[in-house]
Ligand binder design. Structure first.
Ligand code: DGL
Length: 283
């Protein structure tokens, strides 16, 4: 796995703290199957949700540098926590030094662009990790695009561990799903549109819909991120040229590759084989 930094073309990098970003990758891949992809889950250090700004930034930057060493020119942070806490610093401070021609994109903006189509009451709910909710990134982005909307966030710190530990379909998950729905709707009973602002949460969507009033529209991010990436590549032919198109996909994890392969195969509904890497020696 030498250093491929200088390659003219590379795979599109997709990053998450763990398995959640696979929900984004599978939508991107089904819209654009001919591109090459590299997925990295930092499972050894997940969850990121309750970690400080500094730590999420450092871990994410290490991942970005690793993707660059693999020849990626374009990276998607398929993690709301990393998008909320690390994206801006990396774009503004690190990219100009590392390589101003490469791009790191987040997933909050493309999600927010979709919401105005759905809400009638103008009241939006956001479920996310503690980091994402505390950062108020959704609220800020929504207000920029749609200043008339009301936004209420609810942090769900137990949901990512449920997914990472493959407990999301088990009866124990019901308690925590219902708890956060009740809390959110108590804070704002007028919500009619709900953003799943964490890439792990689509795995809980069946249970979420079971406890949510039917009139509430639930937004899972994958489709919107995929559409926005396609649009980005159409608008940036110079970047599109640097994205290799052999239809391949490779998986890497900072934890056990056997465990990742087994879990990811469940997420993606097909068998995959992951490799282990260590990224904490970078930066
Ligand atoms: N899946 C990530 C997100 O979208 C982070 C989950 C975590 O590591 O806490 O926020």
């Amino acid at each position: 796995m030498g250093n491929n930094f200088n390659r003219k073309e590379g795979a599109i990098g997709v990053f998450d703290s763990g398995y959640g970003g696979l929900t984004i990758l599978s939508e991107i891949r089904s819209l654009m199957p001919h591109y090459d992809y590299i997925y990295l889950g930092d499972n050894a250090r997940a969850p990121y949700g309750n970690r400080s700004f500094e730590i999420v930034y450092r871990f994410t930057l290490q991942a970005v540098e690793w993707f660059f060493s693999q020849g990626c020119h374009l990276i998607i942070l398929a993690c709301n926590t990393a998008s909320a806490k690390a994206l801006r610093s990396i774009q503004e401070n690190d990219l100009p030094l590392l390589d101003p021609q490469r791009r790191v994109l987040g997933i909050i903006r493309p999600t927010v662009e979709s919401i105005n189509d759905f809400t009638k009451t103008g009241h939006i709910g956001v479920f996310g990790t503690e980091g994402t909710i505390q950062s108020q990134s959704y609220e800020l982005e929504i207000k920029k695009l749609h200043p008339h909307l009301f936004v209420t966030g609810e942090a769900c710190p137990m949901w990512v561990p449920l997914v990472e530990n493959n407990e999301h379909n088990n009866p124990g998950a019901d308690y925590f799903v219902k708890q956060h729905i009740d809390r959110l709707l108590k804070k704002d009973p007028h919500i009619d549109t709900l953003i799943l602002g964490c890439t792990h949460y689509p795995l809980l969507i069946k249970k979420i819909k079971q406890y949510l009033p039917e009139y509430i529209h639930v937004i899972a991010q994958g489709k919107y991120v995929a559409k926005s990436l396609k649009n980005y590549l159409e608008r940036h032919p110079e970047m599109n040229e640097k994205c290799r198109k052999n239809g391949t996909i490779r998986f890497f994890t900072t934890e056990s590759p056997e465990k990742f392969s087994q879990q990811a195969s469940l997420f993606l509904n097909k068998k995959i084989k992951a490799q282990n890497i260590n990224i904490d020696t970078l930066c």
